[in-house]
Write a protein that binds this ligand. Structure first.
Ligand code: HEC
Ligand code: HEC
Length: 216
């Protein structure tokens, strides 16, 4: 009995000690101001080194690589700092972000936010499961509708809710699957992990298609 309690205590204590925050970024008024005041023109220069992967105008030509154009500056800033802090793991982006200062990250974030979002052609196919999830969610599984956070045109919302409209399909599938499996865990309060856990592969595929062709 005593031994059991001891083991239980040890397990509980170590989880508390290991409970690292999912991000070091907290949206205080100072932090918001800092990002807002990023220098777009410095950002434009810095962005030359991103173009090979994310496209000349922040619109990626590679299905597995995300577009950055038109994204909320606060979201882009948080992702860059999360990569730099190894809160979001991707070898390429961890090394890119490690070379950026906080100021560089704010400058880049403001630059990409100023660019027009990708507009993609609609592809025919059954998107009924996605439409249901976006507009109504799934009451049985406690999935809130995506639009409640990401906006009815997939435009995102302050501070850390990304725009999804026009996002690359393969990247979208990859990142939702990574929330689902817990590989990506930089979402504060586990907001996306709790939702993605309840989506099927088919749901994720349709949602990726739905948002890819949505125009803000
Ligand atoms: C060699 C290719 C490459 C280069 C160069 C590169 N990136 Fe990336 N970037 C990627 C890939 C691949 C991902 C997706 C990583 C993942 O799944 O976490 C990504 C993800 C991102 C994300 C997350 C987007 C989102 O929607 O969550 C941001 C922000 C980003 N990159 C910004 C930049 C910036 C700014 C630069 C230039 C300073 C840059 N990247 C340079 C390949 C690259
Ligand atoms: C409670 C609010 C909330 C709801 C509802 C929600 N999301 Fe999110 N979503 C977020 C937040 C916050 C993030 C950014 C988390 C982070 O910093 O990594 C996010 C991130 C994402 C990303 C990553 C975008 C990128 O560029 O990497 C995708 C894809 C996504 N959500 C899809 C969905 C879909 C599909 C639904 C509906 C099934 C949904 N979300 C419902 C809050 C929400």
């Amino acid at each position: 009995m005593m031994k059991r309690i001891l083991i239980l205590l040890l397990v509980t204590c170590s989880t508390i000690v290991n409970a690292e925050p999912s991000s070091n970024i907290a949206w205080t008024p100072d932090m918001l101001n800092f990002v807002k005041q990023g220098d777009m023109f410095k950002g434009k220069e810095l962005a030359e080194s991103c173009a090979g992967c994310h496209g000349e105008q922040g619109i990626s030509q590679i299905p597995e690589y995300p577009s950055l154009a038109g994204q909320l500056a606060t979201y882009t800033y948080k992702q860059l700092r999360d990569y730099a802090d190894n809160k979001r793991i991707h070898m390429l982006m961890n090394s890119v972000a490690a070379g950026l200062s906080e100021q560089d990250s704010a400058d880049l974030a403001v630059w990409f936010a100023s660019l027009p979002t990708a507009k993609n052609k609609a592809v025919k196919g059954d998107l009924s499961a996605a439409e249901q999830l976006v507009e109504k969610g799934n009451g049985k599984k406690i999935v809130p509708p995506c639009f409640a956070c990401h906006g009815s045109d997939g435009e995102g919302a302050k501070q850390d809710i990304p725009a999804l409209a026009g996002q690359q399909t393969e990247y979208f599938i990859k990142t939702l699957t990574e929330y689902k499996t817990g590989v990506r865990k930089n979402d504060v309060y586990s907001r996306m992990r709790l939702i993605a856990e309840q989506l099927s592969e088919e749901d994720i595929r349709q949602l990726a298609q739905y948002y890819n062709q949505l125009q803000e």
